[in-house]
Design a binder for this molecule. Sequence first.
Ligand code: X5A
Ligand code: ZN
Length: 696
Amino acid sequence: MRGRREAARTRCLRSSAARAGPGMAENRPPGPQATALVYDEDMTRVRLLWDDPECAIEGPERLTATYARLCHRGLAQRCVRLPAREATEEELQLVHSPEYVAVVKGTQTMSKEELQALAQQYDAVYFHPSTFPCARMAVGATLQLVDAVLTGAVGNGMALVRPPGHHSQRDAANGFCVFNNVAIAAEHAKRRHGLQRILIVDWDIHHGQGTQGVFENDPSVLYFSWHRYEHQSFWPRLRESDYDVVGQGPGRGFTVNVPWNKVGMKNADYVSVFLHVLLPLAIEFDPQLVLVSAGFDSGIGDPEGQMQATPECFAHLTLLLLPLAQGRLCAVLEGGYHLQSLAECVCLTLQTLLGDPVPALSGDPAPCLSSLESIQNVRAAHAPHWASLRHEDTGPVLNPSTWHGDGGHPPLGAQSIGTTERRGPLLDKFLSCPPAPPHTGIGLAAPDSAASLNLPPDILQEEGVTLSKEEAAMWSRLDSAFTQDQALGKLLALLDEILTGQVRAGIAMSPTVSAAMAVAVCRGLSCGVQRLLCVAIGDLDIPEDLRDNGRVLLLNMGGKDHPEASPFPSCICLSGHEATEPGTFLLALTSLILPVAYSFRPELVLVALGPGCGLRTLDMELLTRLLQGPAGGRMLLLLQNSELPLVEALAWALAGRALPCTLGPFPPASPKQALVVTRLCRQRQLDWPMLQVSVT
Ligand code: X5A
Ligand code: ZN
């Protein structure tokens, strides 16, 4: 025991250069692995010149505070910096009318009184002599980012811009927005880059009615927005923001609205909507580019949103989007008015774009009644348009509880969330500088032949260690092949390093995955892991003593039937080889595996991939990326020795690299398989609340 620990420490010291934490680490050269940041101080020039309480929250310090925090965290330095530029008038006219562009252009020479008079023609807008150049630069910065991503100069990125864009319409400024940055970028991607499918994810807390209007007839742009709605009583108070507004003509089904009818929505509500609404549709849509209207007024502490999603929630939302479009994701700032919350949320978004592990999600992993009603309603409204929802047998909620009385989360103490910059204890907790995450490298326990593979630079190859007599005796019942090539010693060393935080995640090869799984679970439990999620793919033996162990949750996909295991809440099996076909697997991933994993909040995730387990390599990479969410990145992958070629792909997936190709197209799950999955979700939703998709 002691011998092994010491050996591990020595290896660790030797390779400390390869284990640089975030901030001290790499500055990736431009290329499809890099993350871009676009920011220009010129966009801080626009500000409110008169008294207007509604507009006062949209000030220059939103950008300066955010950028300062990105630098302080060392995140800005790790990005490829792209220069912003002013968009041309021709580019503005991809969305806006020449007349409207001329009106905004005219503000450059206006007096304060004239500016104020013009602003009064619109809802919640102010103008400044710098509005035209700033708003053009906000568009240009967005286009620079999109061009860099679509040419492969970078993999993904973020643009910090002002003024925001998503309320702006063809002929009108609205809600602090002058030109619609993201809508113009989507049109630009279609016209100049020939893209046919673009996903816009609008996670700002207001409805981007401007963007919705631009694309309501357009099936090449899937527009998703969630927004504070409160049954149409929250700004902009539009009927067209409700769940049953789904687009028009050829665009029917390509507008997705999720109304929040209560304030106080939390991490579990946000993640549930992503898992049960956005992801199934987005995977089926198979976008070539993802544009995020990244407003952070949906974050905790924001005076507009009044929601309670913590900064790390945005890391999870980003992680869930990154498998789409081969990771071609452009996040463009919209709202966000609590300076510290805004800055922190942007940090977590950018950190995830950079490939850092996401911190575990805090809070009760259960959506509230009101968000479940919205989920049920929007899924019912879209079931006619999307194969991935067609098997749904529920309709919209008949008597929404949230019209009157409750349905939301119980309110926090009145003092705990300020409506201004006041901070309560809860907010303090989330906004205080979190310690640097235990961001360390990835370990590999494999036969020496793995050395010839093309592996990520910070990977640490475990050396064989000799087991103590006690340990050798303890595992003597194992396959003898296991001890011969030191697979067991390497596996135990790697697992110890994960559990002690010396490495974040790892891959262990072995002669028999079933045996490795038994060893790893047993070892994890004896080291004190309280919640261990074990996802076993393919035909693997399920150790009997695990079936009702409250600390282990076992998910088996594509294996034999285990009727004897099904009574246990901690054993979930989807048997048969159909379970690993792409359509069924992706349905199960979003509707079953991830909701269960997020409900369980594991400290460690084991993924055991049986020999010939039936999954596409791409789906294994996807599983590897997404299951890092629920456990804050702590994951051990178990592979059969014979699957050496897989190691490369999965090591890169663990290291945060984008998927090598898009997920689709693939045939949807058969109605029979869809029914099996749906039924399993229903059966288990009392144990695992994030499985819920309806209130009935
Ligand atoms: C971009 C954005 C909000 C406008 C609120 C007006 N606009 N009450 O967050
Ligand atoms: Zn907003």
